[in-house]
Design a protein. Structure first.
Lengths: 182, 239
């Protein structure tokens, strides 16, 4: 009888944990969805690709919570996963381009148009920064991550994240000054 | 514009596309979530494999029209052997291969040894959710200030190996016997992975480049030797 009660308790605890995991992902999506999407767009994915990447990152975060050794910094972990998914997407594009180039027809898969004219000047300038600086700026000021968390996302030291941010701000100041003179 | 003002603007002005985002419904169970996660070997692997097969099939058909008998007995004698193989599966190893973008790269300062100059290059796999396949070998070259290649060398070919994200590897470079006029500096060391098309520049600490080795014999060619990849025990290099 005791065994049955324990089995019932274990089963109930597992169900509760699963419910909590889903609630955590729903909460993550509500709190961070737009920022994850914004980061994917900053990293050069078009609207549909960015949407897919965010969904994929959320699914992976859910699986990570369900794992034997669940993640602790869920937000930073999810941004990190999204960042890598975006890089994978670029790599995939590049490989398709290499393969199609062998046919002599040139790549039909191309980078999305920057559409800078449609964006606010500030974010258009951000989009002209090198990739890691762009990601650092977005994660610091829109996603409000600490430099330690940004280091975790980009797989670099926090001091390097701080340095990327500082260089990015210097560059942004120059780019926006140039914009003012146009 | 000051950093403070920029920081205030960045924190308060959403990126325009942020506002376009609409939450998609989430699956009801973790099993459904698992089913929706794409392969760990990278997105669209199946589609990429299909493209590869189509490319190889078209190339193979073209090569067949040139001379099927020759192709069947000795594929490497017709054009680029690695592409002209009539077997569609020949393209499969190219999928998932490591490329220049996968690596963070650093090197030691160039050092002098008896008759040669050399360095150790450290590479770490970054920016990927998945492992990638390290190609069999690597080619190194040194270019002068105008981008002209002065010398090129390749490691011995070895079997492809799958390496995980975060793995760090190193290889040794040694340049010897430069008897021509002093090249225009700065010199740059670059690496090219087998099967890739992008040269990876390797910058030594302080932005320094390769040192020019002494002339040991004007009748002999200059030589750049490259060891194969070895696991690296060093502290992790920056991404």
């Amino acid at each position: 009888m005791t065994m049955n009660v324990e089995a019932f308790d274990a089963s109930g605890a597992a169900a509760r944990a699963r419910d909590e995991d889903r609630a955590a992902i729903v909460d993550l999506q509500a709190r961070r969805g737009a920022e994850l999407y914004g980061l994917a767009r900053r990293l050069g994915l078009d609207a549909d690709e960015a949407d897919d990447a965010v969904q994929e990152a959320l699914m992976r975060a859910w699986l990570a919570l369900d794992a034997d050794d669940p993640v602790r910094q869920l937000d930073a972990w999810t941004f990190r996963t999204l960042y890598r998914l975006c890089m994978d997407r670029h790599r995939w594009r590049r490989r398709v381009r290499l393969l199609t180039d062998r046919l002599g027809g040139g790549g039909s898969v191309t980078e999305p148009a920057a559409a800078i004219g449609d964006r606010l000047a500030l974010w258009a300038a951000v989009d002209r920064l090198p990739r890691r600086q762009r990601a650092t700026i977005y994660l610091r000021y829109r996603a409000d991550l600490t430099f330690e968390e940004i280091g975790h996302v980009l797989d670099i030291q926090p001091v390097s994240a701080r340095s990327h941010a500082s260089r990015a701000l210097d560059r942004l100041a120059v780019l926006l000054r140039e914009e003012d003179f146009r | 514009m000051t950093h403070e003002r920029l920081e205030r603007r960045l924190a308060s002005e959403p990126a325009p596309d942020e506002l376009d985002w609409v939450a998609r419904p989430l699956p009801m169970s973790v099993a459904d979530a698992r089913a929706r996660v794409t392969s760990t070997h990278g997105p669209h692997r199946g589609l990429l494999a299909m493209v590869a097969v189509v490319v190889v099939a078209i190339v193979a058909v073209g090569a067949w029209s040139v001379g099927s008998t020759l192709l069947a007995t000795s594929p490497r004698e017709v054009g680029n052997g690695s592409v002209a193989s009539p077997t569609p599966t020949a393209a499969a190893p190219a999928i998932g291969a490591c490329t220049a973008e996968d690596f963070a790269v650093a090197s030691d300062p160039w050092d002098s040894a008896a008759g040669s100059r050399g360095t150790t290059v450290v590479l770490r796999v970054v920016d990927s959710t998945a492992a990638c396949d390290l190609p069999g070998g690597v080619t190194a070259r040194i270019t002068d200030a105008s981008g002209t290649s002065l010398v090129e060398g390749a490691s011995d070919p070895v079997a492809r190996e799958r390496i995980e994200q975060g793995t760090q590897l190193e290889l040794g470079i040694a340049w010897s016997n430069w008897c021509d006029a002093q090249p225009g500096t700065p010199l740059t060391l670059e690496l090219l992975l087998d099967g890739d098309a992008t040269w990876i520049p390797v910058v030594a600490p302080g932005g320094t480049g390769p040192l020019v080795p002494p002339c040991m014999g004007s009748g002999q060619a200059t030589n750049l030797s490259v060891t194969g990849f070895q696991p690296s025990e060093r502290p992790l290099i920056e991404g």
